[in-house]
Design a protein around this ligand. Structure first.
Ligand SMILES: *[C@@H]1O[C@H](CO)[C@@H](O)[C@H](O)[C@H]1NC(C)=O
Ligand SMILES: *[C@@H]1O[C@H](CO)[C@@H](O)[C@H](O)[C@H]1NC(C)=O
Length: 775
C-alpha cells in the first residue's frame, strides 16, 4: 500500500522549495530569462492589483511555477507548498487536501471493516527510511505532535511488578507532577513464570452447579483426547506502562493487574512451535526465554486436521440443556422451572473472498473459538460470514461451487463455520424500491456491502433463532487477553447500565484521568445535558415522517414505568446494542456519511441519527428484528455504522457505548484529550466539531483502536516480537519513521527488559503481523 502511505504523508514543503530555488538561480539561461520575466511581470501586476501584502510570496511563486513549463506538481499542491510561512493555515489545509484528493479511498477506509479493496492496502514499512530527529515542536504539524511519546508500553517481562507497586508513566500523578522514568527498571534476571488464566465462571464450584446446569468439558478432537487448553498470564504489570487514556478496566470488570505475552496468549494455539509438531511455526525466530511453561501441562497441541465446526457442535450438543433454545414457547417454560438457563451468543466475523489468511490469523481465530465456545461449554458460537463478490456464483444451488470457493479462500479448519452470501442475494431478500437518499457520497448501491453491511447480518440472525445476541466482528481486530473475558464482561456491564441518561453518556468518550469515577462522569454528563437545554432521551423518539413498527414500540421494561425510580430504569436488562466507540449525533458532525439516509420522506428533515465508527458491536435479536422490518417493510436504510444505532434510537431500544481501555502513544494533557475527542456540540463527540469529522480524525492516529490508527499495528507487532520502526518522526506518521526498536536482539539483550507484556486491550486495524508477510 505504498499508494496509501504516500497519500498520508503530509504534503512536504522540503523538496519543493529546493527545486524552486534551483530554478531561480539555475544555470540554464533560457529558463532563467523566462522565469525572471514572469517574476517581473508578476511583481508588476502585484503592485497594480494586489489589495494587500499577504499574498506576495504566493503570487510570485505561482507565476514562476506557471511560467517555466514545469508540470510535475499539480496546482493544488502549490497552494499548500507555498504557505510555509503560515504554518497553521498550512497544516489545516494539508489535512483538508489529504482528505479531498482521495475521497473515494477515505470512503473505503471508513468502512474498513466491510473490507474489500482493503486487502490490497498494506501499510508498507520502509525499514531503510530516513531517520529523522524527533522535532516535537515542528510548527507545521497537528498539535498532538508536540506531546512526547510514551515509552512504557515497551517495558518487558523483566520489569514486571505486582499491581500494588505499579506506577504508570502516564497519566502523571498530578499531585507529584513527577516525570516518567527514563528507562525500565529491571526487577528480574529471568522472566517470571506465567500461570493459567481463567476468566470463565468456576463451573466446578458448588455454587455454580446449584444455580446452573453443570457444564460438560469440551474437546478439540472427536476422540476427546485434547481438552480445550487454557491461556497463561503474568501476575502484575511491567513497571511504568502507561494507563489507558480512554475507558477503564475496573468499570467494565476487566482485570488490569495481569499482563499477557505472546506465548501465554497464543502458545496454546500453535505459536512458538513448528508445523511438524502441529503448530504454526510463528515466533520461532523471536526471543522466547522461559516460554516452555505454556506447554508443560498440555504438550504442544497438534492442530493438524482440526475441524472447528464439529468441535463447536459437539460442545454445544453436550451442553444444550444449559441454554435457551430460541423457541419462545419452549423458553418460557424453561424459564419457569429448574435451574437458570443462559442465552447463546454468536460471534459473526465478516470475511470475504480474497482475504489473505496468515498463520497469525489462524492463531487469532483458534483463540476465539477455544476461549468463547469450547471453554464456555457452548455459550458462544463463532461463525464467518463470507462475502462472495461474484454475483453470478450459484452459491445456493450448487454445493460444489460452495466447496470450491471455500477451498480457495478459507483454511480447511474453518470451512464448516462459513456462511456464504452475496449482494445478489440481498437484492433478492430485500426487494422493492428503497426510495430517495438524502446523500450518497460513496455512490454505492443500497444493497452493497459498504452502505448496508447490516443486511447480511440481519439475514443471518433471521436464520439463527438460537442466538439472543450477535457480535459483529472483523478480521483485523485483536485482543491481547481472553476473548471470553472481553465479551462476557461487556455484556454484563451493558445489562447493569441504567437507561436514564444512557444516550447522553454514550455520546461522550470517558476519560477517567479527567472525569474521575463513572459516577463523576454520569454526574458531569447530566450537568452538561442540562446546560445544553436538551431533554435527555428516554424511550422511542418522535420525529416528522416516522413510521411505527407492526408490533408497536414495546421495548421499555417494567422498571421504567411511571412512578418508578428512573435511575433503575433498564438496570438488569440486556443491552440491545453495545458499541466500542461513542454513539455520536451524526447531524452536522462532518462525518462523511452522515447524510446517507434512504427511504424517508424527503419533505422533512433527516430523521435523528446516531452512529458509532468501527462496526464492531453487539446487536440483540430484537434490534436485528427491528432493523429487518425497517428494511423489508419500510425500505429504510442508512450507512452501515449508522443504521443499528439509529434504529435503536428511533424505537427505544437499549444502547450503550462500552468505554473499553484505549491507549494513546503520546503524553496528551488530559484537557487536550477532552478538547480533541469530546470537542463536538455540548462537549460530546457528536455534532459540529466532532472527532469523527474528516478533518479531525487525525487525532485518532495515535490511539490503539480506530480504523486509521497507526499506533495499533506498531504496538501489536512489537508485542509479537518483531522489531518495528518506532515512529518517532516529525511528520505524525509512524510507519517507516524513527528508529527500529524491539525484536529478537533487543529483547534477548540481558540489559533490556525482555519481551513485551501487555494488559488486555483491543487493537485495530491489524493489517499485517509477521514482517515476512511484507515481502
Ligand atoms: C416450540 O416449543 C413448543 C413447546 O415445547 C413446541 O410445541 C413447538 O413445536 C416448538 N416450535 C417449533 C417451531 O419448534
Ligand atoms: C467525584 O465525586 C466525588 C464524590 O462526589 C468527589 O469527591 C470528587 O471530587 C469527584 N471527582 C471529580 C474528578 O470530579
Amino acid at each position: 500500500m505504498a499508494r496509501k502511505s504516500e497519500a498520508y504523508l503530509p504534503v512536504s514543503t522540503k523538496p519543493q522549495p529546493k527545486f524552486r530555488v534551483k530554478a531561480l538561480l539555475g544555470h540554464c539561461l533560457y529558463r532563467r530569462v523566462v522565469i525572471w520575466t514572469f517574476v517581473i511581470i508578476g511583481l508588476l501586476s502585484y503592485a497594480f492589483f494586489s489589495p494587500g501584502l499577504t499574498g506576495r510570496s504566493r503570487d510570485v511563486l505561482d507565476l514562476v511555477h506557471g511560467g517555466n513549463g514545469v508540470n510535475e506538481a499539480p496546482q493544488v499542491t502549490d497552494g499548500i507548498v507555498l504557505q510555509t510561512q503560515d504554518s497553521q493555515v498550512e497544516s489545516h489545509i494539508q489535512e483538508v487536501v489529504e482528505e479531498e484528493v482521495k475521497p473515494v479511498e477515505e470512503t473505503q477506509t471508513q468502512v474498513q471493516t466491510q473490507e474489500e479493496e482493503k486487502e490490497e492496502e498494506k501499510v508498507k514499512e520502509e525499514p531503510e527510511g530516513e531517520k529523522q530527529e524527533e522535532t516535537e515542536d515542528n510548527a507545521n504539524s497537528p498539535h498532538w505532535l508536540k506531546y512526547k511519546h510514551l515509552d512504557g508500553y515497551y517495558n518487558g517481562l523483566r520489569s514486571l511488578v505486582s499491581f500494588s507497586d505499579y506506577k504508570p508513566e502516564y497519566p502523571e500523578a498530578s499531585s507529584t507532577g513527577k516525570g516518567s522514568e527514563p528507562a525500565p527498571t529491571i526487577h528480574h534476571s529471568k522472566p517470571p513464570k506465567p500461570s493459567v488464566y481463567r476468566p470463565h465462571p468456576d463451573y466446578d464450584s458448588d455454587e455454580y452447579q446449584k444455580t446452573y446446569v453443570p457444564v460438560k468439558r469440551c474437546y478439540i478432537d472427536e476422540d476427546e483426547k485434547i481438552p480445550a487448553p487454557d491461556l497463561y498470564a503474568y501476575n502484575g504489570v511491567p513497571q511504568g506502562q502507561p494507563k489507558a487514556a480512554l475507558g477503564s478496566y475496573d468499570l467494565l470488570g476487566l482485570r488490569e493487574d495481569v499482563c499477557f505475552d505472546r506465548f501465554g496468549r497464543y502458545g496454546p494455539y500453535g505459536l512458538g512451535y513448528d508445523l511438524e509438531s502441529g503448530g504454526t511455526g510463528e515466533a520461532l525466530d523471536t526471543e522466547h526465554e522461559g516460554s516452555e511453561v505454556v506447554w508443560e501441562k498440555t504438550g504442544k497441541i497438534n492442530y493438524e486436521g482440526v475441524d472447528w465446526a464439529s468441535a463447536q457442535e459437539r460442545c454445544y450438543a453436550a451442553n444444550q440443556d444449559r441454554f435457551f433454545t430460541g423457541n419462545e414457547t419452549r423458553d418460557f417454560e424453561l424459564a419457569q422451572a429448574g435451574r437458570k438457563r443462559l442465552d447463546r451468543i454468536a460471534i459473526v466475523i465478516r470475511t470475504y473472498v480474497g482475504f489473505q489468511w496468515t498463520s497469525h490469523a489462524l492463531l487469532n481465530f483458534r483463540a476465539m473459538i477455544n476461549e468463547l465456545s469450547l471453554r464456555s461449554g457452548g455459550e458462544y458460537d463463532v461463525h464467518f460470514l463470507l462475502h462472495v463478490r461474484d454475483n453470478n456464483e450459484p452459491i445456493w444451488a450448487d454445493p460444489t461451487t460452495v466447496q470450491n470457493i471455500l477451498d480457495i479462500n478459507v483454511p480447511p479448519e474453518f470451512h464448516g463455520l462459513c456462511t456464504l452470501w452475496s449482494e445478489a442475494q440481498m437484492k433478492l431478500y430485500y426487494p422493492g424500491n428503497f426510495g430517495d437518499t438524502f446523500e450518497n457520497p460513496s455512490n454505492g448501491d443500497i444493497h452493497g456491502v459498504y452502505r448496508s453491511a447490516h443486511m447480511p447480518l440481519q439475514h443471518f440472525a433471521m436464520m439463527h433463532p438460537e442466538y439472543a445476541h450477535f457480535w459483529n466482528w472483523e478480521m483485523d481486530m485483536r485482543w491481547t487477553g481472553s476473548y471470553y473475558e472481553l465479551f462476557d464482561r461487556l455484556g454484563k456491564w451493558g445489562a447493569a447500565q441504567s437507561r436514564e441518561g444512557m444516550w447522553e453518556r454514550a455520546s461522550k468518550y470517558y476519560i477517567p484521568g479527567l472525569h474521575g469515577s463513572w459516577e463523576n462522569f454520569t454526574e458531569l454528563v447530566r450537568h452538561e445535558t442540562k446546560q445544553s437545554g436538551k431533554r435527555p432521551i428516554l424511550g422511542p423518539v418522535v420525529f416528522n415522517g416516522k413510521s411505527g413498527l407492526e408490533q408497536g414500540e414495546v421495548f421499555l421494561p417494567s422498571s421504567c414505568s411511571s412512578g418508578s425510580d428512573m435511575s433503575q430504569c433498564g438496570v438488569g436488562e440486556d443491552a440491545d446494542l453495545i458499541t466500542l466507540n461513542p454513539l455520536f449525533d451524526a447531524d452536522d458532525s462532518g462525518w462523511v456519511f452522515a447524510g446517507d439516509v434512504t427511504g424517508y420522506d424527503m419533505q422533512y428533515e433527516k430523521p435523528p441519527r446516531r452512529c458509532a465508527i468501527v462496526t464492531a458491536s453487539r446487536l440483540s435479536r430484537r434490534l436485528l428484528r427491528v432493523m429487518h422490518e425497517e428494511t423489508w417493510r419500510l425500505h429504510h436504510s442508512m450507512f452501515s455504522e449508522m443504521f443499528p444505532p439509529s434504529m435503536a434510537l428511533h424505537h427505544g431500544l437499549k444502547a450503550v457505548y462500552a468505554p473499553h481501555p484505549v491507549y494513546l502513544d503520546r503524553k496528551w494533557p488530559q484537557e487536550e484529550i477532552e478538547k480533541a475527542f469530546n470537542g463536538g456540540r455540548d462537549h460530546t463527540s457528536g455534532g459540529h466539531g466532532s472527532p469523527f469529522d474528516l478533518t479531525n480524525e487525525h487525532n485518532h492516529k495515535g490511539t490503539s483502536w480506530y480504523y486509521n490508527s497507526e499506533f495499533a499495528g506498531l504496538l501489536w507487532r512489537r508485542w509479537l516480537g518483531y522489531a518495528q520502526m518506532d515512529g518517532r518522526g516529525n511528520n505524525g506518521g509512524r510507519a517507516g519513521e524513527g528508529t527500529k526498536r524491539g525484536g529478537r536482539k533487543e529483547e534477548e539483550n540481558p540489559k533490556s527488559s525482555g519481551r513485551l507484556c501487555l494488559r488486555s486491550m483491543l487493537v485495530h486495524p491489524i493489517k499485517w503481523e509477521n514482517p515476512a508477510e511484507q515481502e
